[in-house]
Each structure stands twice: as structure tokens, then as C-alpha cells.
Design a protein around this ligand. Structure first.
Ligand code: SAH
Length: 470
């Protein structure tokens, strides 16, 4: 089975740097189920193609059989594995191009961070649900999709199409994103069991889906299929997707947890409800200048920029990768001069004083405090409420009591959370902070209110007596 990646970015041979595989060499890598060969059928300054060929060894595949290996059920020896791209190709690709997938490239970091013209071809791809599914999965990611059904037998057209397609994707995409998308979507398209199992599979999905999965209209389908329809894992993954902003440290934006939790018509993801609630509140507060502290990948900022009454908007985060995502989302590189003056992004840690945090009508700390180590929380309070002193501060954080409504969720909603507060704990914290720094505070819930455990997200609104300070 074969997958090719082509670029016409010039010099095209830079693809070798991005993939960490030299264009003049043919290299082979052994996998538990076969051998991968990487070679470049063409490599000129104008156009360069890397090919990844996987030779599946059916005997090795069968011998490596265990509960964690693919294809352990039927047809171990007689199957399409040697010929059709599948989850095995995804696994092999992920392994051989692991550095490229992480987006790191010491010698060409700028290029690794940039969207470049790419063509990806998979000549034989099993496509559960037919060519239309390939369009639904790759189309929203900005690819032009050609998925041509392959006839079952050319000699007998009346037999109709096989379940395979010839896939060709063209687009201007960051290479790491393209590889991560393939890593997730090849097994999603594949009929047969994916090479997986175990709770870390959710982490893999979160990492590979970073920046694109959460906002994908088919996030639900992708998650279900990727996790092999394992109900509990799927529910946990969807809850985590819904919970997190699509920021970078493993946190991704929304999907439909409640789709699963309360099987009903499609619902607004919790993450989107949070953005909506915060935006409405900023309008109610008549804030004109707003800073989003710990803005992650900039989803809230993306909303704020489309609202003209916000005349000055800033986002800051400790993670430069998150800020890169935010810059891309906001198209900072294509902003008019006026817009660029209106919107600012900068890196900073909220536990250190920084004058750039000052001078805003309102500051937002959305799903951020729970990422701070408790001994450092006092520093954040001083920096935000004591020094930056915005006219209003909006804080959102998970309501730990609600976690029992996420079936299958054990522990906290995200591995980076240092704590999750009950409603009493949040009330106590916010009352103390308000009293210490001279703010009034009011609390509200976001998301579906449960009679017993409250709403999934809790929000506190701190306002100064004077109101806006700008
Ligand atoms: N506010 C966004 C992102 C929440 S995820 C949203 O709701 O979608 C938490 C964010 O806080 C991450 O982007 C993380 O990088 C950031 N963060 C964590 N600790 C921080 C610190 N000490 N200073 C600034 N940002 C921090």
C-alpha cells in the first residue's frame, strides 16, 4: 500500500527537511506487521514527492497477534491488508514521520509552521460509507477532495463499485496538520478494526486532532469510528473534546458530549455555549476593550473580532504554540493595518506581573485557573486583580460536581487540570478574591442545569464599583 505526499512549495526539495528523510535516499523501516520504505519518485526544485510504501507481511501480522494487534479476528492470512491503505498505513506513517507530525524541524521551523501547497494521494483506500464519506471528512479541513470509486472488476461493470476509492487531496495545509489528519482519518475510513485499544488511545486522538478535530463538523463520527465504537471511550473522548478549548497543550475544542450523554437532537457544544455566554456578558458589561488571558487557540478572540463594539482586543497565553494557532485562526498575517492595531496577541505567564495586562475594561480567564498549580494561584490573583485591575473579570472553570454526569469519566476532565472545584469551593475562592481586591462578585452557571449537581461550567463575574477603567 502506498501513500504519496507532494509539494510545489519552492524549493520543493525542502520536503526532505520537513519529513526528516533525505530525497536522494531510499530508506526502510521495520514494523511489527511489515516493512515501510520511504523514497522520492520525483525531487526537483519545482515539485517533490515523497512516497511511503508499506509491505505488510501477513505472517508477521498474524504472529504479532494479540489483543492489542489489528486483525485478530477473521481472515488473518487472507485479507486486503497488503494492498489497501488502512489503519496500518496510518500507524506506519505516524511512526516513520513522527517528528514531522509533531511539527518540529530544526533547520526549517518557519516552513514547518507554514501552510504549504500539498497533494496527497492514496491509490487504494478502503472507504467505509463510500466516496461521499471521504468528502465529508477531508472537505471541512480545507482539502479539495477527489475520491474516485474503484470498480469491483473492470471487466464486469455491472458488478458495481468496490468499497475502495482512489483518494487525492490537494490544499494549502501545514504538513504536520496533514499528517495528523491522515493518522486519524485513515483508520476512520477503514472498515476493519483499528490498531489500538486502551485509554491512551483517547490521548492519541486528542494530540493528533489538535487544532482541527474539535471544530470539525463530523467530530462525533470521527471520534466514534476512531475509538472503534467503544461506548465508554467514545463518551470520555467526546466529553473531553466538549470540555476543552482547542488550545494546544492537548486541549481541543468542542464536540457533542451531550449528544452522547443525553441522546437527543444535536446540541450546542458546551465549549460554544461558554463562548456565547462570555461574549454576551462582555456586551452586557459594555466593555469596549477586552483581554483574553490564557486565550489558547483563540476561539473566543475569533468571536470578539467580529463584534465591532469591542474596539481593542488582546489575547495572551503562556504557550507560543497556542498563540501560533490563534494567529492562524485570526489570520493575523492578512489583517488590515487598522485591524492589526485593534487586535493584539502576546506571550506571557499570568503568575508574573506584566504591564501589558493593564488598561482593559474587562479581562477573561476562561478555563484557565484550573491549569495553575494551587501554590501559584495567589500570584495569578495578585497579577490580575491586584495589578492589572481591569474593570471586570470573568472567570469560568469546571464544576467538579457535574463530572458524575459524564458517564465513564474517571478523574478530572483534562490531564492538565490541577484541580476542579465544587460550587462551594468556587464560591469561597471568588468571594475571598473579590473581598481582597475590592470587587463585587456574582456567579452563574453555563450549560444545561442539572437539579442535583448544577451546570457543567461555573462562571464568576467580578466588577469594580467604578466599572470600566478605560
Ligand atoms: N481560554 C481558552 C483556553 C483554555 S485552556 C478556552 O477557554 O478555550 C488553558 C490555557 O491556559 C492554555 O492555553 C494554557 O496555555 C494557558 N495557561 C496555563 N497556564 C498559564 C499561565 N501560567 N499563564 C498564561 N497562560 C496559561
Amino acid at each position: 500500500m502506498l501513500l504519496t505526499v507532494t509539494t510545489t512549495h519552492q524549493p520543493a526539495t525542502d520536503l526532505g527537511y520537513l519529513l526528516h528523510k533525505h530525497p536522494d535516499r531510499v530508506q526502510s523501516f521495520s514494523q511489527s506487521f511489515g516493512t515501510v520504505t520511504v523514497f522520492y519518485p520525483e525531487s526537483t526544485d519545482e515539485r517533490c514527492t515523497a512516497a511511503l510504501m508499506l509491505d505488510v507481511d501477513p505472517v508477521r501480522l498474524a504472529r504479532s497477534r494479540g489483543k492489542n494487534t489489528p486483525d485478530f479476528s477473521l481472515a488473518q492470512y487472507v485479507n486486503d491488508r497488503s494492498y489497501a491503505a488502512s489503519s496500518l498505513l496510518g500507524v506506519a506513517m505516524a511512526d516513520v514521520f513522527s517528528t514531522a507530525r509533531s511539527g518540529r524541524c530544526r533547520s526549517r521551523q518557519d516552513l514547518a509552521d507554514s501552510a504549504i501547497p500539498l497533494e496527497i494521494a492514496v491509490p487504494v483506500l478502503p472507504c467505509r460509507g463510500g466516496a461521499e464519506v471521504a468528502h465529508r471528512l477531508f472537505g471541512p479541513l480545507g482539502w479539495t477532495v477527489e475520491a474516485e470509486p474503484i470498480p469491483l472488476d473492470e471487466a464486469f461493470p455491472e458488478w458495481g463499485d468496490s468499497r475502495y476509492v482512489r483518494l487525492r487531496l490537494t490544499g494549502v495545509v501545514r504538513l504536520a496538520d496533514a499528517l495528523n489528519q491522515l493518522y486519524v482519518l485513515l483508520p476512520v475510513l477503514d472498515e476493519s478494526k483499528h490498531y489500538w485499544q486502551g485509554p491512551d488511545e483517547i490521548d492519541k486522538l486528542m494530540r493528533s486532532g489538535e487544532g482541527w478535530l474539535a471544530t470539525h463538523p463530523e467530530a462525533d463520527l470521527i471520534t466514534r469510528r476512531y475509538l472503534g465504537r467503544q461506548g465508554v471511550l467514545t463518551r470520555v473522548a467526546l466529553a473531553r473534546l466538549a470540555e476543552l478549548g482547542d488550545d494546544v497543550e492537548g486541549a481541543i475544542a468542542p464536540a457533542e458530549d451531550e449528544d452522547v450523554l443525553q441522546p437527543a437532537e444535536r446540541r450546542v457544544p458546551l465549549n460554544a455555549q461558554r463562548h456565547e455566554a462570555v461574549q454576551q456578558l462582555l456586551l452586557e458589561l459594555r466593555a469596549r476593550s477586552v483581554i483574553d488571558l490564557g486565550c489558547g487557540a483563540g476561539q473566543l478572540l475569533d468571536r470578539l473580532v467580529t463584534t465591532p463594539s469591542f474596539t481593542r482586543i488582546a489575547g495572551s497565553d503562556v504557550s507560543t504554540r497556542s498563540l501560533q494557532h490563534a494567529a492562524r485562526r485570526l489570520h493575523v498575517d492578512r489583517m488590515s493595518e487598522r485591524q492589526a492595531e485593534r487586535v493584539q496577541l502576546f506571550q506571557g505567564a499570568l503568575t508574573y506581573e506584566d504591564e501589558r495586562y493593564s488598561g482593559y475594561d474587562a479581562a477573561v480567564l476562561m478555563e484557565v485557573v484550573e491549569h495553575i498549580d494551587p501554590p501559584r494561584l495567589g500570584a495569578l490573583e495578585r497579577v490580575v486583580f491586584g495589578t492589572a485591575k481591569p474593570g471586570a473579570v470573568i472567570v469560568t472553570t469546571p464544576n467538579a460536581e457535574y463530572n458524575m454526569r459524564y458517564e465513564g469519566l474517571v478523574g478530572m476532565r483534562h490531564p492538565d487540570h490541577r484541580f476542579e472545584w465544587t460550587r462551594d469551593q468556587f464560591a469561597e475562592w471568588s468571594d475571598r478574591v473579590a473581598a481582597t481586591y475590592g470587587y463585587a462578585v456574582e456567579r452563574r452557571g453555563i450549560g444545561d442545569l442539572d437539579d442535583v449537581v448544577g451546570a457543567p461550567t461555573q462562571m464568576a463575574v467580578f466588577t469594580t464599583k467604578e466599572g470600566a477603567n478605560d
